[in-house]
Design a protein around this ligand. Structure first.
Ligand code: GLN
Length: 290
């Protein structure tokens, strides 16, 4: 039987993350994985260094280390990711929520806050919801307001995950529909939505960053036409579904701000502007239907 204490595993982690290499996993992946495997509060890594892991805990830890070294992200091993202070189930059918996407949620809430108060029910559409992180975070914040949220995704597996996340985060005001963008939405005489949001695939198919994102669904990451094909479709169709004065907010790549603003302007949006992410890069463009 191998004897492995938390202290020894911490030394092992230090060795694993010692080398200088670009594609190295961040050391918190290994420590967070250790915390997950031993199922103790994170503080145990400091206060309980003599804790002796069982053989099965050691085997599970090592198995996860190998997977992470093969490029599988921590979130797919633990099956969960924090976003907007909520906990989301994720798996290989969903993108792992990024902190930068919180900028999109924040901007939409800011916009809602400055609108004149109206008593009638408002509707928001999230296109390509994946784990549901955007729709569910907004639903959570708007729980006591009069908002109905519709979230669509092409993948039935992703919708299963999103539906689980709505239940686990206690939000009831989200309806999930399987659809390729707007396709399965009913066409009504009047536009149906006050807000449309999306974090669509936007990475250029030839972008070298894709090589580091092999574990995540490529259909959620990359799009033709320099990554702009899906954004273009979403922007061009948005005016059919958005009420007058309604908001469109789309996440995009750091170098796509100009192109996305042009798409918004070409479709007749006004107050078009781009907001930067926490790293200072262009990330979210917003505009209103005239
Ligand atoms: N922001 C993600 C990344 O660069 C990509 C998300 C997306 O394509 N929607 O890793």
């Amino acid at each position: 039987m191998t004897v492995s204490t938390i202290r020894q595993i911490k030394q092992q982690i230090q060795q694993l993350t010692n080398g200088e290499s670009d594609n190295q996993q961040p050391s918190f992946w290994f420590t967070d994985w250790l915390v997950h495997v031993i199922d103790k509060p994170a503080i145990a890594l400091m206060t309980d260094e003599d804790y002796q892991l069982s053989d099965s805990e050691v085997a599970r830890f090592n198995d996860g280390v190998v997977k992470m070294q093969q490029g599988i992200p921590l979130a797919y091993l633990t099956g969960q990711q924090e976003f907007w202070s909520l906990s989301f189930r994720v798996n290989e059918h969903t993108l792992i929520p990024r902190p930068d996407t919180e900028v999109l949620v924040e901007q939409v809430l800011n916009w809602i806050n400055v609108q004149p108060v109206q008593l009638n029910t408002k509707r928001l559409l999230d296109l390509g919801t994946g784990s549901g992180c955007i729709a569910i975070s907004l639903a959570y914040e708007l729980k006591h307001a009069n908002w109905q949220i519709v979230a669509v995704d092409l993948s039935s597996e992703a919708l299963e995950v999103a539906q689980h996340n709505a239940v686990s985060n206690n939000v009831a005001n989200v309806e999930f529909i399987q659809s390729s963008w707007y396709q399965a939405l009913p066409i009504c005489d009047e536009p149906q939505f006050d807000i449309i949001v999306s974090n669509p695939p936007y990475i250029d198919e030839t972008d070298e960053h894709l090589a580091g994102l092999t574990a995540e669904p490529i259909s959620a990451l990359s799009a033709p036409n320099q990554g702009l094909a899906d954004i273009e479709h979403i922007v061009q169709q948005a005016t059919i579904y958005l009420c007058t004065g309604g908001l469109l907010a789309i996440e995009h790549g750091y170098d796509q701000g100009n192109a996305v603003r042009k798409l918004f302007l070409d479709s007749g949006f006004e107050s078009v502007h781009t907001v930067k992410d926490y790293g200072g890069n262009d990330r979210v463009t917003l505009g209103q239907v005239q």
